[in-house]
Design a protein around this ligand. Sequence first.
Ligand code: PMP
Length: 391
Amino acid sequence: MSSTLDHVLYQALNERRERNLYRQCRVLSSPQGPQVEINGRTMLSFCSNDYLGLANDARIIQRFKDAADEMGVGSGAAHLVNGHNYYHQALEEALAEFTNRPRALLFSTGYMANMGVIASVLNKQDAVFEDKWNHASLIDGGLLSGARFQRYLHKDLENLNQRLLKTQANQKMIVTDGVFSMDGDCADLPRLANTAKKHNAWLMVDDAHGFGVLGDNGAGLCEAQNVSGDDVPILMATLGKGLGTAGAFVAGSEALIEYLTNFARPYIYTTAMPAAVAAATLTSLQIVKEDAERRIHLQSLISQFRQGARQLGFELMNSSTPIQPIIVGEADQALLMTEALNKKGIHVAAIRPPTVPEGTSRLRVTLSASHSEAHVNQLLQALEDIQYLNQ
Ligand code: PMP
């Protein structure tokens, strides 16, 4: 007799639980912010990607409400059918201008944007070269494309170079995170762009964690490293992190955007994001451009945290971004430490395999411009109190 579906599923779940890798959602009953309410308890939060503290900004909320009054809640259809609203169009134009590219195209999520680009641009005759620590959505896009799929060693351009030299593929695409989501370090875009040009390959950068946060004007890692649309012909970024709303976009040439509009299935076959989200994002973009103070404050919190955590003897990554992981090692130890922090009213996520390699489980501390110096001191104090667990 064959096992029931639930039985088979529980076997896999139990195995995860035994290895301390089981995952579960926590239910928040408050907006994002330095403090969140979980199960009726107020906790200081250091695990959101709301890096600029815009997810609960009164001006953005008001714009969202006004646009919902004006345009309703649901967009009603996919962009190409009947769902592309005036606000979507305005946001695409604003994003193209901000990133200094001819065109931009909205996607409902970053995951879909990455799948859509890679799987539509490449096919079986092609090859894709991805940094080993790229986000899951980039890896999945590469696999879905059917192109010859290779992962080069993290930020190792020599390893990438050797792989490119050996390939016989028709077209080649190099794909990298801008800011690596679990380590917080940055790709070297000028060198990657040179490598891409030397091998006649296309370069795609996912700037989910850099957009809004890096660069003097917040235009992201490309601005911070001074690379142009010619160097990075395919730029993707999300709107649910630094910009505090939801969704994502791809920016590039007229041809790229027209191609994606016609061939990227995760763009074509899904309902457009609500127009009110696009309108709210326009306000958020304006704040990002005008309010450099948020980025300056964030940088000073990053320095404060790094200095304090180092003094306590914690192992940090080589990161100057708001993603500041503390490497712990084994999954059970990471859980033990987050639970101890929890008891002290601090909410930090334990990141475990398969998201990160075995033996590198970590506390993924993320900082936000909504934090104050005092909040970071509270975190450091709590880390000092639980330091004895970090053996
Ligand atoms: N790329 C990176 C680097 C990410 O970290 C994420 C989200 N964690 C995504 C893409 C997916 O974006 P979204 O959440 O909008 O689907």
